[in-house]
Design a protein around this ligand. Structure first.
Ligand SMILES: Cc1cc2nc3c(=O)[nH]c(=O)nc-3n(C[C@H](O)[C@H](O)[C@H](O)COP(=O)(O)O)c2cc1C
Length: 221
């Protein structure tokens, strides 16, 4: 697959086939992604690959945390506290497109909640990856992580796999650390659902839009 096709054709896959992903394939993706650039080549990425029984236990624990009404306590704030334009509109459109694809009305809070909870089931993906960095890293390392995760998502497409980045699963980092037996010295950035896409599921049959180049580019000559 050429790079342009891999980038433009990638989408957040939210329904997967019940088909295992061989470990060698996951290793191959990580082996490719490790060639991502990082400032001074510090390679700050730390990855937990969660499958099988641990995946099931983690999913249960995250759902329990969510159902308990426990306040999300992420290691960092992914979104701003209050939304301003044009981000407010884009975020709204993003949510609406998802609900529309699933035939859910905006006022149907119960079904919207069910859809959200699918995050904690990793959308049925057989593999869930979690990305950590050392807490003492500065903001630069976060850029490195973004590049690493995008590399991984693109490498997945080459193998006919799809993925969905997930900030939602970083809402309860203490739960993730507890189930995986990890120390508090690592900061949880986000997760990534990974697997073979279910091509027939309506949730995989809509695409988000993007603003045109001129809306975000200024040329200086
Ligand atoms: C770091 C990051 C975290 C995200 N977290 C979630 C998430 O928790 N749940 C979800 O359904 N989508 C999540 N997304 C997917 C975005 O909603 C999606 O990338 C965006 O709407 C653009 O759509 P596309 O990925 O299909 O092109 C996340 C994306 C990124 C980059």
């Amino acid at each position: 697959m050429n790079v342009e096709k891999a980038i433009v054709g990638r989408y957040s896959c939210r329904a997967y086939l019940d088909r295992p992903v061989p470990r060698e394939l996951i290793e191959k993706l990580l082996d490719t992604a490790r060639w991502s650039p990082s400032g001074a080549n510090i390679q700050p990425w730390q990855v937990a690959v969660v499958e099988g029984k641990t995946r099931a236990r983690l999913s249960e624990a995250l759902i329990a945390a969510f159902d308990s009404g426990a306040r999300p306590a992420p290691d960092y704030r992914y979104y701003p506290g209050s939304w301003v334009e044009p981000y407010k509109r884009r975020r709204f459109q993003c949510g609406m497109a998802l609900y529309q694809a699933l035939g859910i009305e905006r006022k149907d809070k119960t079904r919207r909640l069910e859809v959200w909870k699918e995050n904690y089931r990793f959308f049925g993906a057989p593999v869930a990856l979690f990305f950590f960095i050392d807490r003492n890293m500065a903001q630069g390392a976060w850029l490195d992580m973004g590049m690493f995760i995008q590399s991984l998502m693109l490498a997945a497409r080459e193998q006919e796999l799809e993925s969905c980045p997930q900030a939602s699963v970083a809402d309860y980092p203490a739960v993730v650390r507890q189930v995986l037996g990890l120390d508090d010295d690592k900061l949880l950035l986000c997760g990534l659902a990974l697997g073979y896409p279910d091509p027939d599921h309506p949730v995989n049959n809509y695409r988000t839009d993007r603003e045109p180049v001129e809306s975000f580019t200024t040329w200086f000559e």
